[in-house]
Design a protein around this ligand. Structure first.
Ligand SMILES: [Zn+2]
Length: 428
């Protein structure tokens, strides 16, 4: 996976804390950014880090200031924003301070309920999505044991309060999630954006996760634009500074989201099905969006966004081909293919595709062998699995999107023990 060191460092928290807006605000990077507003009253924390990185982030905070934490705001309820509260709460208990007020949107409370219901599933899928960080080691991102908010923002309500000398305005929008909050501090012209801004292509259309909202996301960008902010703190990545740069980043993000939304919708109205829409969109994705430094596909990507729009407005029957309405098992279909042409033919053609750089086509052919051949056909299966593993590693290396790269390399990882077993069997 290729990712600029600068962004990778910011994403993993491997950069120093930064103070900005005349010393009133700080960022403490820890995979996601912890934003801090300092006033005479104490500290307001916008997002807490992933639990595993919370102690380190908290130490960095205490190197800057020893003021008590008065507010914690969750930009949304994801594991990298709302679960690193431990050290803050522990400190308040030890020092006998008043507990910080916790602010979140009502949909965040619903999210926490969902996480409890789907605890095991989320544990599994987060291991998949973050596999290059967790290296497959256990339960690294627990998405339960949350700190419930005690100030719950309802619907589109704008929540305003005074914190020391500063007015704070909290807005709710949909984007990556339906529980997103962002903070505007007018006196300092600062926006704390959460994951509505991630400094690269918006994570809209994550293959593992529930529906996300491209059009609403664009509208959130347009709302932020009206503030003429001097500083924009993204949920991940580096601080965006200067009115011109803030405007540029918000505008280009809105443009990309509007583009994918409107082009997919247009084609749906033309009666096109997903495959056609997807490939047409890839062809017309404008160069200036493709090349913009703030739209790099480092986490999510344009391809995922196409899915997001289609899925928001469409049912699961997405090919227009009745064969796909109640399809046979793919194993049975593959067995039938192998009756028409044997495994050797498929393997030969797969290798030819690989040589010609048609990796995806090679994968489809290899899958016919893997699914359709006799499970005791050890030598052939060994060759098919090994070839698939080589192709997946190649594809994963070519991917810049963290999520896509992890999905593909996980595919190679699960083949490892199968290949080991087959080698043993072949040797016998
Ligand atoms: Zn995040």
């Amino acid at each position: 996976m290729k990712m600029s060191t600068e962004i990778a460092n910011a994403m993993t928290g491997n950069t120093p804390a930064i103070t900005f807006a005349e010393g009133t605000c700080h960022i403490i990077p820890a995979f996601g950014n912890m934003g801090v507003l300092e006033s005479d009253e104490g500290l307001l924390i916008f997002d807490t880090p992933i639990r595993q990185m919370a102690p380190g982030a908290f130490r960095k905070l205490r190197e800057i200031t020893d003021k008590p934490v008065k507010y914690i705001i969750y930009s949304h309820g994801h594991i990298d924003h709302a679960y690193g509260f431990g050290p803050i709460i522990q400190e308040a208990e030890e020092k006998g301070w008043e507990m910080p007020k916790v602010i979140a949107h009502e949909n965040c409370v619903e999210r926490f309920k969902k996480y409890r219901m789907l605890d095991k599933y989320h544990e599994w899928l987060n291991q998949q999505q973050f596999s290059s960080l967790t290296k497959g080691k256990g339960k690294i991102f627990p998405a339960h044991e949350e700190l419930e908010p005690n100030i719950v923002i309802k619907g589109k309500e704008v929540y305003k309060f005074k914190f020391g000398d500063y007015d704070c305005e909290i807005y709710h929008d949909w984007g990556e999630t339906d529980d997103a909050l962002w903070l505007w501090i007018p006196e300092k012209k600062v926006i704390f954006a959460g994951d509505l801004m991630v400094s690269h292509f918006p994570n809209v259309g994550n293959p593992y996760k529930v529906q996300r909202y491209p059009k609403h996301w664009a509208l959130a960008m347009e709302k932020m634009l009206k503030k003429n902010a001097d500083y924009l703190l993204p949920g991940h990545g580096l601080l965006i500074e200067g009115q011109k740069k803030v405007k540029e980043v918000l505008s280009i993000t809105a443009e990309a989201l509007n583009f994918v939304h409107d082009e997919v919708v247009k084609r749906m109205n033309e009666g096109k099905w997903f495959e056609q829409i997807f490939h047409e969109l890839l062809e017309i994705f404008p160069e200036h969006l493709k090349k913009h430094e703030n739209l790099r596909p480092l986490y999510g990507c344009f391809e995922f966004a196409i899915h997001a729009v289609y899925r928001e407005y469409h049912g699961w029957y997405n090919t227009g081909n009745p064969t796909d309405l109640f399809p046979a098992k793919s194993q049975d279909v593959s067995k039938e293919f192998l009756k028409v042409a044997n495994e050797e033919k498929f393997l030969e053609q797969a290798k030819k595709n690989l040589e010609e750089g048609k990796l995806q086509l090679a994968l489809h052919l290899i899958d016919v062998i893997i699914k359709g051949t006799d499970p005791e056909n050890y030598e052939l299966l060994l060759e098919a699995y090994s070839l698939k593993s080589t192709i997946l590693k190649k594809l994963s290396d070519e991917q810049t999107s963290f999520i896509a790269s992890n999905i593909i390399s996980n595919g190679a990882t699960v083949l490892k023990p199968l290949i080991r077993e087959l080698k043993k069997k072949v040797r016998k």
